[in-house]
Design a protein around this ligand. Structure first.
Ligand code: FPP
Length: 291
């Protein structure tokens, strides 16, 4: 039995002994009564390995409060922080956040500039949190097309956390799922051309395999996401990790991103644990039917 402390009360949560190293009073820190209630049902041995998040609804959150859209983005950074820290403490292997898509360049110039500035500020401010939680930070997307200052900050932040050994946090920036697949194919073609030039024979026109393509994606060394979370109720995947989410469980919540707190994340995890994952196979038959 281990105790998770709320400010006033404490809650007893049954956790198998073997998992005490994963979840302890310190792992999640103080929890609210609502979080403690949700944690009671969470199976810590069946958490997703990789969670991907489409952080949507910042604009609507701001609009509802008669604030400028950018206030929603600023408030959204707090949800990003909570999600990152909670996932790291739950020992999730990988978390990928969709911060800016290749389509987002269609937004007003002032909003794009604000988002880039916010991101730079965020990277700088969150560095201690990332180091404290042993998080490796990476950026996915056509980073070379971003403003020089943003490229420099992303490069430095990735380098500063490269030696960490905990969760891999990927921030998708100037990211598009189709663009990623095209980039992977072009990388394969370039590697083949280089090989032919060096030794006179390469793979020529031999077919590209799924494994080869996956190895050239931005996420090459990560497991595919098991869980894709989308906030603000839209039933779309919006060109996010198209290849990698082939078998992901999709969780869509009406909650707008700035309102997505730790309790909402725990609900997504609980929903994930209710799903039966078959990967195209059929459900295991009951023992009696197998005879
Ligand atoms: C979608 O909301 C959100 C974005 C395009 C930007 C996401 C960025 C952040 C949450 C802040 C920075 C994040 C990190 C990781 C530093 P929307 O503007 O499309 O909302 P709407 O659909 O209600 O208009």
């Amino acid at each position: 039995m281990l105790t998770l402390r709320h400010k006033e009360d404490s809650f007893k949560i049954a956790v198998p002994h073997s998992l005490h190293h994963i979840v302890s009073q310190e792992t999640l820190g103080p929890v609210t009564a609502e979080e403690a209630r949700l944690l009671e049902y969470l199976d810590f041995s069946r958490l997703p390995r990789h969670i991907a998040v489409i952080m949507d609804g910042n604009g609507r959150w701001a609009q509802k409060r008669h604030l400028p859209r950018v206030a929603g983005h600023r408030s959204g950074t707090q949800s990003a922080r909570t999600t990152i820290e909670t996932c790291a403490r739950l020992h999730i292997e990988a978390l990928t956040l969709y911060a800016f898509s290749v389509e987002n360049w269609r937004r007003p110039k002032t909003e794009i500039e604000f988002l880039m500035q916010l991101l730079r500020e965020y990277i700088r401010k969150e560095m201690p949190l990332l180091q404290k939680n042993n998080i490796r930070l990476r950026f996915l997307g056509r980073i070379d097309e971003l403003p020089d200052a943003v490229q420099k900050d992303t490069r430095e932040a990735a380098e500063a956390t490269a030696k960490n050994t905990g969760m891999v946090l990927s921030i998708a920036l100037n990211y598009g799922g189709r663009a990623e697949i095209v980039d992977a194919m072009n990388a394969i073609l370039a590697a083949r051309a280089a090989q032919t030039q060096t030794n006179g024979h390469g793979h020529g026109s031999s077919p590209v395999t799924e494994e080869q393509l996956a190895q050239h994606l931005y996420t090459a060394d990560l497991p595919d996401p098991d869980l894709l979370i989308r906030t603000s109720g839209e039933m779309r995947v919006s060109n996010f990790l198209l290849w990698q989410i082939a078998y992901a469980e999709i969780f869509v919540t009406e909650t707008l991103w700035p309102d997505f707190n730790r309790a909402r994340l725990l609900e997504a995890l609980l929903d994930f644990q209710k799903r039966e994952r078959r990967y195209g196979a059929i459900a295991a038959p009951p023992a009696s039917a197998a005879r």
